[in-house]
Every structure is written in structure tokens, then in C-alpha cells.
Design a protein around this ligand. Structure first.
Ligand code: ZN
Length: 343
């Protein structure tokens, strides 16, 4: 920091020393205050002393001080620029990308086969105009049983092998409680599907696990008949499996539908000719369904003379077994990567 003035004010050397020890913009700003601050700045104080000098001394001293002030200002602004540039370069370096570094290794992952089938089924129904609805997995006895025409002591409760959390709380044994919850809160027309987990106290084997997945469906409107149920599910299975798939209804009993039915699809492996999977029958049992019981419609405040509806419940896991030709349900839940990698 060499300078070549004719007469240098003693503050100049002191300022230069200070400036050399400054290492940040904050310190630089402090230094500026120390010398140029309007009230207590060292140069400002010197300038104020000029008034006490004799008229002969004053011009030279004034000139000297003004020169000093100019130089100090110039150096400060220069140094500020340098610090800012340094900071800019530092940021660039931090944010910069070194293209010569080796890349990251990403572990490949995939969607679980059950989730994949779930999504696929959901999308088909959504395209048909159904809304996707969910409900609690911990359910009250009322919604899981009572409201669905399964009062205490009803033999249908035995079929369900319920996992009770307390006297009135269960892990839901089917997705059907969401039918009631939806109808209580909405006026017809209703057109929903309810995919989700359900729980039963089953011993684990190739076709049973204590937790599995269902897709419930419910449609309520004026003039809905069993033919609508059959047509809706026929379209669904044609899209899901193949356009050749046929469906048939067989009479059955579920407490919350009247009439109740089981729906079979033509065997997707032998096209109805008879094979090991369909036990030579040409048909595969796939789901339970029926027309919503008038008593249930009444209970949620719908007029059963005006509105009718159909409902079904089907196992997502069962569809996945068929679709991927897997013969053991447990494989889906064991998280064996060698199995999962095949999908
Ligand atoms: Zn077959």
C-alpha cells in the first residue's frame, strides 16, 4: 500500500495498517466507521479541529485532511469490491459441479406387485366413473357388523374370524363399513370404490394371511338392477384380463345384500376349456356381490322405494395371484427380493 503524497497525515499509516488486518466485509465496515463515521470518526474529528487553527495554517491543514479522506475512501471502496468478488468466487466454487467426479449409484427399485394390481384395478374403475374413497382400519362394531345387518349373535360373525381390539372396536374384517360411512354423508347417486387393508384371524397358509386387501364397490341410484352389477363387473374383468373374459352370477348369501351372488369369471388360463387352476370347471370364483339390502338403505336415510344399488367386495391379493400366476399368497408378504425382482 505505497503512496506518494508530498505530506502525509499521520493517520494515513495507521489506517493502512488497520486495513491490512481486515479479513471480512463486516470488519471493513467497522473500519469505515472508525475513520469516516460522521460523529466519532477519526478523520471527522480532525476536520472539526480545523476551526481552531490560525487563518495561515488552515488551508494547508485542510488540504492535507481532504486528501487523506479521499484516499481512505478510495481504498475502502477498492477493498470492498475485492471482498465481494472473493465471496462470489467462493459461492461459485461451493455450488459448482465437478463433472470429472464419479456419479452416484442408484439402487433400482420397483412397485410391489400387489400395489401394482391395486393401482391397475383402481384406474379401471375410475375410468368408469367411480370415486376412490377410504375409511378407518380400526372400526367400531357398529360399522363393521351392526349397520351391515350382522347383529350380535349372527352366524355370519363366525365366518369373519374377527380381531377384536376391545369389546366395541375391531380391525375391520372387510371394506364394507365404508359403504355405510359414505351413504350416511352423501345423497344418491353414489358411485365409489374402497380399496384397502382388511384383517381376519386366519392361520397363515398358501391362500390365507391375517392381513389382506379388498376393493369394495358401491353404486346407488334410481333404477339400478342386477344387470347393471353384472355389466359393470364384466367390463372391468374384460379390461383387467382379456376381452374374451366372460362372467356369471351364482346365487349366494351375504347379510348386507338381497339378493346376494357370487361372481365367477371364465378361466383365464384355459379360456373355459378346463384346467388345473379352475379344477376342470372352466370357471374361477372371484368375488361376492349383490343388491344393497333395503334395510341398509333405510338405515342411512335413503328411500328404498326410490333408490336401489349394488355392491361387491373382491380380494386384490387373489386377483394378483391369478394375474401373475403365483401359487402362494405368502410370497407377497415375505419381502424376498428374489421374488419381487421378477415383476
Ligand atoms: Zn381353467
Amino acid at each position: 500500500m505505497k503512496t506518494a503524497p508530498d505530506r502525509v497525515h499521520p493517520l494515513w499509516d495507521e489506517f493502512c495498517r488497520h486495513l491490512n488486518s481486515v479479513s471480512s466485509l463486516v470488519e471493513l465496515s467497522d473500519l469505515k466507521d472508525k475513520y469516516l463515521g460522521r460523529k466519532r470518526g477519526l478523520i471527522s474529528l480532525e476536520l472539526r479541529k480545523l476551526g481552531a487553527l490560525s487563518p495561515q495554517e488552515r488551508p494547508a491543514a485542510g488540504h492535507e485532511l481532504n486528501e487523506l479522506k479521499k484516499r481512505v475512501e478510495k481504498l475502502l471502496s477498492q477493498r470492498t469490491g475485492e471482498f465481494k468478488e472473493k465471496e462470489r468466487l467462493r459461492k461459485l466454487e461451493m455450488e459448482g459441479i465437478d463433472v470429472t467426479l464419479p456419479g452416484y449409484a442408484f439402487a433400482p427399485s420397483a412397485i410391489h406387485p400387489l400395489r401394482r394390481v391395486w393401482k391397475e384395478m383402481e384406474e379401471i374403475f375410475v375410468r368408469m366413473g367411480f370415486a376412490v374413497v377410504s375409511g378407518p382400519e380400526v372400526e367400531s362394531d357398529y360399522y363393521n357388523f351392526e349397520a351391515l345387518n350382522i347383529p350380535k349373535g349372527h352366524p355370519a360373525r363366525d365366518d369373519q374370524d374377527t380381531l377384536y381390539l376391545s369389546e366395541n372396536l375391531v380391525l375391520r374384517t372387510h371394506t364394507s363399513p365404508v359403504q355405510i360411512r359414505t351413504m350416511e354423508n352423501q345423497k344418491p347417486p353414489i358411485r365409489i370404490i374402497v380399496p384397502g387393508r382388511v384383517y381376519r384371524r386366519d392361520a397363515v397358509d398358501a391362500t390365507h394371511t391375517p392381513m389382506f386387501h379388498q376393493i369394495e364397490g358401491l353404486l346407488v341410484d334410481e333404477g339400478i338392477s342386477l344387470a347393471d352389477l353384472k355389466g359393470t363387473l364384466e367390463v372391468f374383468f374384460k379390461v383387467l384380463f382379456s376381452p374374451d373374459t366372460r362372467v356369471r352370477l351364482r346365487p349366494s348369501y351375504f347379510p348386507f345384500v338381497e339378493p346376494g351372488a357370487e361372481l365367477d369369471i371364465s378361466c383365464i388360463f384355459c379360456a373355459g376349456g378346463g384346467c388345473r387352476v379352475c379344477k376342470k370347471s372352466g370357471w374361477i370364483e372371484i368375488l361376492g356381490a349383490g343388491m344393497v339390502h333395503p334395510r341398509i338403505l333405510e338405515r342411512v336415510g335413503y328411500d328404498p322405494e326410490k333408490y336401489t344399488g349394488f355392491a361387491w367386495g373382491m380380494g386384490i391379493d387373489r386377483i394378483a395371484l391369478l394375474k401373475y400366476q403365483v401359487n402362494d399368497l405368502r410370497l407377497f408378504f415375505e419381502n424376498d427380493v428374489r421374488f419381487l425382482r421378477q415383476f
